[in-house]
Design a binder for this molecule. Structure first.
Ligand code: MG
Length: 390
């Protein structure tokens, strides 16, 4: 069996390091041909030494010299800058591109990868939130395999194997509810960054952990599911399931429901995207149902978790609205982590950006770039005014 050559966008992040864990476990199956990071140069150097990729890329150009110095003795090509990410994913030897960057930054290299007919393993949900229409069209045009890494979408993908989309009644997208599930509005106003960064079940990067606390992550996942599976948003239901054992389910016309269960460990969905349609042993093991004993479900409170409602609203509006939603969320999420706004300031900033911006109908990458830049600037202004008024 031949080795699959991977290009890992964001190899120093949570999904990236776990992908490398799988390469470490199955060196005869997966090799990181190219890896990229943004700021964590020390880890990038360490990874280059361990895995001996052909290409190492740092998106933040100011780190180029330090990276060069750190691996100057290795026979490896060193790239820097955002444009270099496009060269890295389109390299002829690359079979699979693992899109594991955070946020909007993942959009362009993912598009480059699709256009050069690479298989995509997608962790970067923002790509589909920002430009779902364009991505879906390109995937169709280039007939590339587009495999979800997000645990909920991997679950739905597994439940849909061998089934017809026309026989689906609805998708049941599970949500842990994050660390603030049962707090009152007043309590939510007072939560700190550290509180929000403490997720009860999943170990993830900072940006997505905050998105989970606001439930914007779940809003994004509704949009992601719509584009991945071609199911309209009104047939995607969020089910709060605090134990994070059922990773999502599909209800069919005849009343049958198929669910995928597993321990909350991202290495399972990452590995499935890489080995699909095969399954291989993982370090996780199956959940111990006797130890768990009870699985519970409840409705999401969209009044308390306003971001969920804003995401739905944006996808209904369509056009550039989801791109604006994402840009404003990136600004608000960052401002909260930077202690400029409080927790409830996040939906406030996003809602105002969505209301104030003039929406358009982007079709090409440059349109999305323009919308993203305009929405980012607007959201930053809203944050500044918010800070000044307090
Ligand atoms: Mg998820």
């Amino acid at each position: 069996m031949s080795v699959k050559e991977l290009a890992i966008l964001g190899s120093t992040g949570s999904i990236g390091t776990q992908t490398l864990d799988i390469c470490r476990r199955y060196p005869e199956r997966f090799h990181p041909y190219a890896i990229s990071g943004n700021n964590n140069v020390d880890l990038l150097i360490e990874q280059a030494r361990e895995f001996q990729p052909e290409i190492v890329c740092v998106a933040n150009e100011s780190h180029y010299d330090r990276l060069r110095e750190g691996i100057g003795d290795l026979p490896v090509k060193v790239f820097a800058g955002k444009n270099a990410l496009n060269d890295m994913v389109t390299a002829p030897h690359v079979d699979v591109v693992v899109a594991a960057m955070v946020g909007y930054a993942g959009l362009e290299p993912t598009i480059s990868a699709i256009k050069s007919n690479k298989t995509i393993a997608l962790a970067n949900k923002e790509t589909l939130v920002v430009a779902g229409e364009l991505i879906t069209r390109l995937v169709e045009e280039h007939q590339v395999a587009f495999l979800p890494i997000d645990s909920e979408h991997s679950a739905i993908f597994q439940c849909l194997r061998g089934e017809k989309t026309s026989e689906v009644d609805k998708l049941l997208l599970t949500a842990s509810g994050g660390p603030f599930l049962h707090m009152t509005m007043e309590q939510l106003n007072a939560v700190s960054v550290d509180d929000a960064l403490r997720h009860p079940n999943w170990n993830m990067g900072a940006k997505i952990t905050i998105d989970s606390a606001t439930m914007m992550n779940k809003g994004f996942e509704i949009i992601e599911a719509k584009w991945l599976f071609g199911i309209p948003v009104d047939r995607i239901e969020v089910v709060v399931h605090p134990q994070s054992i059922i990773h999502s389910a599909v209800a069919f016309k005849d009343g049958s429901v198929k669910a995928q269960l597993g321990v909350p460990d991202m290495r399972i969905p990452i590995q499935y995207a890489l080995t699909y349609p095969e399954r291989m042993e993982s370090p996780c093991g199956a959940p111990d149902l006797f130890a768990i004993s009870a699985l519970t479900f409840e409705r999401a409170d969209t009044k308390k978790f306003r971001c969920l409602e804003l995401a739905k609203q944006a996808i209904w509006q369509g056009g550039s609205a989801p791109c604006v939603l994402n840009a404003a969320n990136e600004v608000a999420n960052f401002a909260f982590r930077n202690k400029e706004i409080n927790f409830q300031g996040i939906p406030y900033v996003i809602e105002r950006a969505l209301n104030e911006i003039e929406l358009s109908l982007p079709t090409e990458l440059e349109h999305y770039v323009e919308v993203h830049n305009r929405a980012t600037k607007l959201a930053q202004d809203i944050v500044r005014n918010y800070v000044a008024s307090r």
